[in-house]
Design a protein around this ligand. Sequence first.
Ligand SMILES: Cc1cc2cn([C@H]3C[C@H](O)[C@@H](CO)O3)c(=O)nc2[nH]1
Length: 223
Amino acid sequence: EKKVSEKLPYTVFIEGNIGSGKSTFLEHFSKFKNASLIPEPLEEWKNLNGINLLDLLYKDPQKWYMAFQSYVMLTQIKNHIGLNEKPIKLIERSIYSGQYCFLEQMHDNKILETGMYHVLQDWYNFIYEHHKIQCDLIVYLRTNPEIVYKRMKQRGRTEESKVTLQYLKDLHNHHENWLIHGKFNIPAPVLIIDANLDRESILKEYEEAEKMILGENFEQNRK
Ligand SMILES: Cc1cc2cn([C@H]3C[C@H](O)[C@@H](CO)O3)c(=O)nc2[nH]1
């Protein structure tokens, strides 16, 4: 039996639109002792030596998207590669949604120049070819753009104040193209959760995910 540290952990990616409830979902799993949670390193994107890349991205996307996306990729690779003392790893988003959703979207809506698009794409391809990204399950928090638009506004992240409903509709369609219509490689089975539900009623869906993620023994897994 290989020691846990050598065996790659059972890795789950939480995917979904802005405001689809990824952080809430991740938080729900903090009660399980053998799962380690890796949220998006938003603080790093908001403070790179005092520079708020996320804010710059939304203020001047043509100028900053390339730098922002390449920094996102760097922070994600560190998380993907980072060793794991726990047998289960839950990661918010992935290089997959980076390439198949965000990169596609920014190129399609002419924000990202084709040359920059190809540079980033080659980086993604290099990563796949040279480093096996462990991925055992994708949890797709599926939502309607109108609902996540309302939630995003309620959350009131200042950097996102200019994000339009159309942007969220486009991003939704890119998630659907990938995870529902299989337009791009889907590296693991997809568990689709109806994330339009409000907090109270969505817990039942989460219990469903617990069994899928933690296996039948998830009861013993509680802290
Ligand atoms: C992989 C990846 C994640 C990611 C997040 N974002 C933005 C969307 C949200 O406003 C914020 C937090 O997810 O970062 C982005 O523009 N490009 C991204 N690429």
